[in-house]
Design a protein around this ligand. Structure first.
Ligand code: LMR
Length: 394
C-alpha cells in the first residue's frame, strides 16, 4: 500500500525552518517561521504562563478527559477576550481545537458539511496552509486581490471588485489583524464596507485571528472581528493562542460560530462536537487550561497583558528601526511601509532571486515571497539586514 503514496508538496515555511536549523553559520538570521523571539533570539515562556503552569502542577489532581468541546470556562474566557460583549454569550457556539490551524480545519469542515457548494474566497496572498487545507478538503477556492505590490498596502478597490463575484452561501476568509504574510491591514471603515458587501451578497465571513495583541493592542486587534460578529448574521472565528500566549507547542486554539439567530447555536455546537470527535476526540487541554487561568485571574492577567504589550512595542520599535535604516542606506522612502505594517510579518516585495541571494550569501532566511518575521530581528541585526538588502541593489 505505502508504495502508492505520492510525494507531497513541501510547505515552504517548514522547509525554511529546516534549512536554517542546518545552516552552521554563526551570524545567520532567521526571519522565517512566525515564532516570536526576544532580543536574545529566544522564544520565551511568558511569565504568566510559567506561573499558571506552576500553580497547575500543584493543584491539578486528574488528567481525565474534559469534554469533546474542551472546557466551557475556556470558551467563556476566550469569547470574552475576542468578542468582549460585541454579541451575547448565547449567540456563540465554541469548540477548543489544537491550535489555530485546528480551528481553521474544523471551520472548513463545518462549511463543507453545512453547504457542500460553498466556495471559500481567500486573499492573495494568504497563509499558504489555508490554501493547502482547503484544497485537501476538496472545497472550491476563489482568490480575491488583497496586496498591492507597488504600494505594499491593501489593494482595497481590487478586493471589493473581486468580492463582487460572491454568491449567497460563499465564505470569505479574512485575517482579523496582522495579515499573514503581508502585514498590510484594512482600516475599520474598509472593514465596514466589506461587511456591507458580504451582507448584500449573503456571504459568510470566516476570520482567522492568530495575532491578537501583536498589532495595535489587544482590543484594537479584535475591533474588526467584533464589528463583523455584531454586523453579520453568521460569523466563523478561528482564534489561536500560540503567539499571544507563546504556547505554540501546546496547540491551543478555539473555533467560534456566532449566529444572530440564537436558535442556531445548539445545532452548531453539536456539529462542532461531532467534528472534534471525528478528528481527534478530545482537544488538548493543558494550554487551554493555562490560558483560562491567566485570563480569569487578575494578577496573572495583568502580568500577561504587560508582557504582551512589551512584546508588541518591541516589534514596533524594530519596524521603525528597520524602516529608518533602509531609508538611510537607500536614500529613498521605498521601504517606509515596514513601519506602517502591523504584526509579526511584512512582505518586503523583493524578487525571488534576491531572497535566495540573501540566504546563500548573507545567511538571512526569509520566506520566498520576501515575508520577514520582524520578531526574528534585534537592534544589532537590523542594520545588517538593511545593509544586505540595499547592497543587492533593489
Ligand atoms: C507562520 O506563518 O509562519 C506561522 O503561522 C507558523 C506556521 O505554522 O506556518
Amino acid at each position: 500500500m505505502f508504495e502508492n503514496l505520492k510525494t507531497q508538496p513541501v510547505d515552504k515555511i517548514m522547509q525554511l525552518m529546516q534549512m536554517h536549523r542546518e545552516d552552521p553559520r554563526e551570524g545567520k538570521i532567521d526571519l522565517g517561521v512566525g515564532v516570536y523571539k526576544n532580543a536574545k533570539g529566544v522564544t520565551p515562556v511568558m511569565k504568566a504562563v510559567k506561573e499558571a503552569e506552576r500553580q497547575l502542577l500543584e493543584t491539578q489532581e486528574t488528567k481525565a478527559y474534559v469534554g469533546l468541546l474542551g472546557d466551557p470556562a475556556y470558551h467563556d474566557a476566550m469569547i470574552d477576550l475576542v468578542l468582549k460583549g460585541a454579541v451575547a454569550r448565547d449567540q456563540v457556539a465554541a469548540a477548543a481545537t489544537p491550535g489555530g490551524t485546528g480551528a481553521c480545519r474544523q471551520a472548513f469542515e463545518l462549511i463543507r458539511m453545512a453547504n457542500p457548494n460553498a466556495r471559500i474566497f481567500t486573499s492573495n496572498p494568504t497563509w499558504p496552509n489555508h490554501l493547502s487545507i482547503i484544497d485537501y478538503l476538496g472545497i472550491e477556492r476563489v482568490t480575491y486581490r488583497y496586496f498591492d505590490e507597488e504600494t505594499r498596502a491593501v489593494d482595497f478597490d481590487g478586493m471589493m471588485a473581486d468580492l463582487d463575484g460572491l454568491k449567497a452561501g460563499d465564505v470569505v476568509l479574512l485575517h482579523g489583524c496582522c495579515h499573514n504574510p503581508t502585514g498590510a491591514n484594512l482600516n475599520l471603515t474598509e472593514w465596514q464596507q466589506v461587511i456591507d458587501k458580504l451582507n448584500a451578497k449573503g456571504a459568510l465571513p470566516m476570520i482567522d485571528l492568530a495575532y491578537q495583541g501583536f498589532g495595535d493592542g489587544l482590543n484594537e486587534d479584535a475591533a474588526a472581528t467584533r464589528l463583523v460578529a455584531a454586523s453579520c448574521p453568521e460569523t466563523l472565528i478561528a482564534a489561536s493562542c500560540s503567539k499571544n500566549f507563546g504556547v505554540y507547542r501546546e496547540r491551543t486554539g478555539i473555533l467560534m460560530g456566532v449566529s444572530a439567530d440564537k436558535g442556531k447555536v445548539a445545532v452548531t455546537q453539536e456539529n462542532l462536537s461531532f467534528l472534534n470527535r471525528q478528528n481527534y476526540s478530545f482537544p488538548p487541554d493543558h494550554g487551554a487550561r493555562v490560558v483560562t487561568m491567566i485570563l480569569t485571574d487578575p494578577a496573572l492577567r495583568k502580568m500577561w497583558e504587560d508582557e504582551l504589550e512589551e512584546t508588541r512595542l518591541g516589534m514596533l520599535k524594530l519596524r521603525e528601526q528597520l524602516a529608518g535604516e533602509l531609508q538611510k542606506l537607500s536614500g529613498s522612502d521605498q521601504f517606509g511601509f515596514v513601519a506602517q505594517h502591523r504584526g509579526m510579518f511584512s512582505r518586503l516585495g523583493l524578487p525571488a532571486d534576491v531572497v535566495e541571494k540573501l540566504r546563500v550569501e548573507n545567511g538571512i532566511y526569509m520566506v520566498g515571497d520576501s515575508r520577514i518575521n520582524v520578531a526574528g530581528l534585534n537592534a544589532e541585526t537590523v542594520p545588517a539586514l538593511a545593509k544586505a538588502i540595499v547592497d543587492t541593489g533593489v
